[in-house]
Design a protein around this ligand. Structure first.
Ligand code: SF4
Ligand code: SF4
Ligand code: SF4
Length: 249
């Protein structure tokens, strides 16, 4: 049986999620053994228009990105969004809070008028095409990518957490940062990172996006207990939650 052909593509991003793949030596070796990697700009020089699985990193910020993503989608049986830039728009969506010509002028000055620097409000991959699987996080949690790929190879649907970071955090036995005056977004953010930040003493800043169907009442209880408002919580979500709905659907 032939191995599934996999291609990795990038759009507007820092390429940090691809770097996570490059740096994941033991995982990547397993992966290369199980699939046929046919295109990956960051890791090889070959290119191909024929692939079964497309892994897409980065946000869509220009009409030409949108066209390119649609072509990728039309060629792939399965499309995986890799990292927050692709799954939710990530930090790139911050710019959607501002006047775009003003932002462009501020960043590029006179060059902002150059055609290749023209951009529109940032979109996540699923605002342009159908996405089959999401590898959340900024950057991704590397074992989650190999887990999703392994499930795909076995014909199983990956089980991505539908519960908040607090569940993993409490299971790790961490003290709650709210009790130390931090506004941690754990109650409304999707788990799956192993509560990476609170386990190191940093608040969750929301890189995996909102959990589907959050337990609003429980979150409200935490907020009330600390005399804060939902707006306070939302204001802390600006880095990764700009112009997003309450879910990632
Ligand atoms: S999700 Fe974060 S680490 Fe990954 S490409 Fe985007 S900015 Fe970089
Ligand atoms: S709010 Fe943050 S620190 Fe507290 S339990 Fe949830 S994830 Fe952990
Ligand atoms: S704890 Fe929150 S910010 Fe940190 S990796 Fe997990 S989801 Fe992202």
């Amino acid at each position: 049986m032939s191995k599934p052909r996999v291609a990795i593509f990038d759009f507007a991003c820092c390429e940090g999620c691809q770097l996570q793949i490059v740096n994941f030596e033991e995982g990547i070796l397993d992966l290369i053994g199980a699939v046929d990697l046919v295109e990956w700009r960051e890791g090889m020089s070959e290119q191909s228009h024929e692939y079964d699985i497309a892994i897409v990193e980065g946000s869509i910020t220009r009409p030409e990105d949108e066209e390119r993503l649609q072509v990728i989608r039309s060629r792939a049986r399965v499309l995986i969004a890799l990292g927050a830039c692709a799954t939710t728009g990530g930090v790139n969506k911050l710019k959607n809070n501002f006047d775009l010509p003003e932002v462009s002028q501020c960043v590029y000055g006179e060059d902002s008028k150059r055609p290749h620097l023209k951009a529109y409000p940032t979109k996540a991959a699923d605002e342009v095409v159908k996405v089959d699987y999401y590898v959340h996080g900024c950057p991704i949690h590397r074992p989650e990518l190999t887990y999703i790929l392994r499930c795909l190879l076995l014909g199983k649907r990956p089980d991505i957490p539908q519960y908040p970071v607090c569940v993993e955090c409490k299971a790790s036995g961490n003290p709650c940062l709210w009790d130390y005056g931090e506004v941690c977004l754990g109650p409304i953010i999707r788990a799956g990172c192993g509560s990476r930040c609170p386990s190191k003493g940093f608040r969750c800043f929301g890189c995996r996006g909102y959990v589907d169907d959050p337990n609003v009442e429980a979150a409200k209880e935490v907020i009330d207990k600390h005399n804060l408002s939902v707006e306070d919580l939302k204001s802390k979500m600006v880095l990764f939650g700009s112009k997003q709905g309450p879910t990632n659907e």
